[in-house]
Design a protein around this ligand. Structure first.
Ligand code: NOJ
Length: 753
């Protein structure tokens, strides 16, 4: 590597860092969350007055959300939603955006209905609105809360410029089964990290003032435990103990409430035999009572009607009653409230006070959004024309995507590639597939605007030095393109092989029973690796895959996920070292499907694995994953020394500090995510072998050193004790600090209150 090459890399790394810093400090970056119920006496009296004027039917109308015919995100579609709006039977519309369309629908509500109550407009703005960012699981791999928050700020800026004021984000379902297609939508397997990211997302969308014209209300979903679907099959039964529910699955939702999230969405699954949409324990007891949530609860798509096939009610009318009685405030798409709720109230099966409470919650959010002051406030053509695909949004999308990629393997420094390489063969079915770059749940994203890897590489090198062959399709068994691919590889100095899944293979209703690289793509890799040329595998996929063969044979593997609109540029930035990869996995990659579910914070068991036969292990595979939670390589190396603790004993209301020296021992500047894990050695109930408690992302020039210090207080040690109280128990603890969850550098201390 020549000196100017190294210098360019350093400049680029700095540039990207500066973009991130500048953006995180820019004027539209908000920090403090607005609590739903803060200082809103004026709002509450307005609601009182409005409620008094409303008929039962008008109240029920507010409790109803219908999709438009603009986009399809579920199994049913109603014709005639315009008529429903005019009849006062709709409180909110989803899947409708653009200034003209929203204005048209809003005008029906505020000009043609008796009470002129404005509609809310919801949409799945999941990883960007028009400018698409990496899929959420990839974003999590940045471990960069400011960047994640900022991406949502941009998403909100673009979405509100097109009439939207409600996003069905964040998805905060902890997920530990890669078969489940929706694992791509969350933050991975860890509860603490998922909670931190959830807060960043809520803050990004809602800012500190919901009434601003560039903020919108967020929705914590899918409440609850949707990620625990048996065998990773979407919508499947969930069976978790109350302890696991409260300790693993609920904390990210609680974090959203604390961050001031305005709405919640119920999940499709059952929890302890009762569908979440009819689950009083989840909705009334925990969410509304224990957590004092003042926003409103919407169901997932037709999930009220789905309680009939669940077998918990006999018909739709009963389903509506169960939902409202359990604490649902708004029905997404089934139309059951409009059809039956008035009758149910008349029969005394549903209390009018529950209807009033639901409507109050919905009106509260509408008022906080400022819709009663100006129902067209999100319909500003000039904002739409100037903010969509704004160059700053695209620049951030590129830097953020580069930051989300994970270097899984880099034997003999195969990467970064030199820009002097005379010929590069770019091969694979995903190398030039615009459609796939933006991934699932990319909503309003236009894939025609996405940059492919081939285009990204061609933007770095003179075009005549880049050759391309598809090789095969993602799926199927056609090998007829292998020969051309192998011939090109033989003629080139390096091969970039872009393989993985299509975007339709993950997301909702996209579970897989295998987690192998689909079709004959691995065989294509085998043929290319057999040429002896350096083959860099770039993966695009929405879930952890079984990479055992590739790990054993490919010299370099870059996990690029689905990187979004700027995909190809970001991949090229990483491949050529203009960005030094810093992503870290937030989900374990198993060695094979048989290990699933596998996650780092497991329990020790009474027979922890050893050489003895009668211990907890497999005959045919190790207990460890192929790549653990927290794992990710860099083009440089980081050394950890001198792990120290400020005191061997933590007493009550006190803080002890754990510090470690981290040194960049390589030749390139880079980021490292320093991770802190704690193990509670003896508890009133068994505790995981390690739990993430904190992390710090640092940037070090070559040779530079930083002392990273973490504070530990009794709050760090809290868990659900045997009597189901959140508390820290006295005793011995082990603290691990390192580069991933496999780290063994540790110190001990005792907690003695
Ligand atoms: C069903 C999905 O489960 C949910 O996440 C989404 O927000 C709704 N459909 C609306 O599209």
């Amino acid at each position: 590597m020549d000196a100017s090459f190294t210098k360019n890399i350093l400049t680029m790394n700095k540039k990207i860092l500066l973009i991130l810093l500048a953006l995180s400090m820019s004027s539209f970056h908000q920090v403090a969350a607005q609590k739903i119920n803060d200082d809103n006496t004026a709002i509450e009296s307005k609601i009182d007055a409005l409620l008094q004027q409303m008929t039962l039917e008008e109240k029920i109308g507010q409790m109803t959300l219908y999709t438009s015919d603009w986009d399809v995100t579920g199994p049913t579609m109603r014709s005639g939603y315009r008529k429903d709006i005019e009849a006062g039977k709709v409180g909110a519309i989803f899947n409708a955006y653009s200034v003209d369309y929203v204005r048209e629908l809003q005008s029906i509500a505020v000009e043609n209905t008796r009470l002129k109550i404005p509609l809310m407009f919801g949409y799945d703005v999941i990883h960007g609105h028009r400018t698409i960012f990496p899929m959420p699981l990839a974003q999590a791999a940045t471990w960069n809360m400011e960047a994640i928050e900022h991406s949502e700020r941009i998403a909100a800026t673009e979405a509100t410029a097109e009439g939207l004021n409600w996003t069905f984000t964040p998805m905060v379902d902890v997920a530990r089964d890669p078969r489940w297609g929706r694992i791509m939508e969350g933050a991975g397997e860890d509860t603490y990290l998922t909670s931190r990211i959830a807060v960043a997302r809520v803050k990004g969308f809602q800012g500190d003032n919901l009434a601003a014209d560039n903020t919108m209300v967020a929705c914590a979903k899918h409440y609850a435990a949707y990620g625990a679907a048996l065998a990773g099959r979407d919508y499947n039964t969930v069976d978790v103990s109350d302890r696991v529910l409260r300790e693993t699955y609920l904390p990210p939702f609680k974090a959203c409430v604390d961050a001031g999230v305005g709405t919640f969405m119920t999940s499709f699954n059952e929890v302890d035999g009762i569908p979440a949409t009819g689950n009083e324990y989840l909705l009334r007891e925990i969410l509304k009572k224990e957590w004092d949530f003042d926003g409103f609860v919407v169901t997932d798509y037709t999930s009220i009607a789905e309680m009939v096939p669940h077998g918990i009610v006999a018909d739709n009318k009963e389903a509506g009653e169960l939902a409202v009685n359990a604490g649902v405030d708004m029905d997404m798409q089934s139309g059951i409230f409009n059809d039956y709720l008035a009758q149910s109230v008349k029969e005394g099966k549903v209390k009018i006070s529950d209807i009033d409470d639901a409507v109050r919650r919905i009106l509260r959010i509408k008022m906080m959004l400022g819709l009663f002051d100006d129902p067209y406030k999100y319909c500003d053509k000039q904002r739409q024309d100037t903010l969509i695909y704004h160059p700053e949004h695209l620049a951030f999308a590129r830097a953020f995507a580069a930051e989300s990629m994970i270097l899984l393997k880099n034997q003999n420094q195969t990467l970064p590639l030199s820009k002097q390489t005379s010929t590069i063969a770019v091969i694979g079915p995903l190398a030039d597939s615009k459609k796939d770059m933006i991934g699932a749940w990319s909503a309003a994203g236009d894939f025609n605007k996405s940059v492919t890897v081939l285009e990204g590489i061609k933007a770095k090198l003179p075009t005549q030095r880049v050759v391309f062959a598809r090789g095969c399709e993602v799926d199927g068994d056609d090998r007829s393109g292998f020969d051309e691919a192998v011939t090109l590889a033989r003629r080139s100095d390096a091969v970039v092989l872009v393989i993985g899944e299509t975007k339709e293979m993950s997301g909702e209703a996209a579970s897989r029973s295998e987690i192998t690289v689909p079709g004959v793509q691995q065989q294509l890799a085998e043929a290319l690796i057999a040429t002896g040329k350096p083959v860099v595998v770039v993966l695009m996929n929405g879930r952890p895959l079984d990479l055992s063969w590739l790990d054993a044979h490919a010299p370099a593997i870059l996990e690029a996920w689905f990187p979004g609109t700027q995909a190809g540029h970001a991949v090229a930035d990483v491949l050529f070292g203009d960005y030094n990869p810093s992503g870290k996995l937030t989900v374990s990659f198993p060695r094979n499907l048989g290990q699933v579910p596998i996650f780092y914070n497991n329990k020790n068991t009474g027979r922890p694995m050893s050489a003895d036969k009668y211990t907890s292990k497999y005959l045919d595979v190790a207990n460890t994953p192929l790549y653990p939670f927290g794992y990710g390589l860099s083009y440089t190396t980081f050394q950890y020394d001198n792990l120290k603790i400020s005191s061997p004993t933590l007493t009550n209301n006190q803080k002890i500090e754990v510090s470690v020296e981290v040194t960049n021992t390589g030749k390139m500047a880079g980021h490292e995510v320093v991770q802190l894990y704690v193990r509670d050695l003896v508890g009133s109930v068994t505790r995981p072998v390690k739990e993430l408690k904190d992390f710090r992302k640092i940037y070090l020039e070559p040779g530079a050193q930083s002392v990273v210090t973490f504070g530990i207080t009794p709050a760090t040690l809290r868990f659900l004790t045997r009597d189901m109280q959140w508390a820290a128990e006295p005793g011995e603890f082990e603290v691990f600090v390192g580069t991933d969850s496999g780290t063994t550098q540790s110190v001990r201390f005792s907690y003695s209150p």
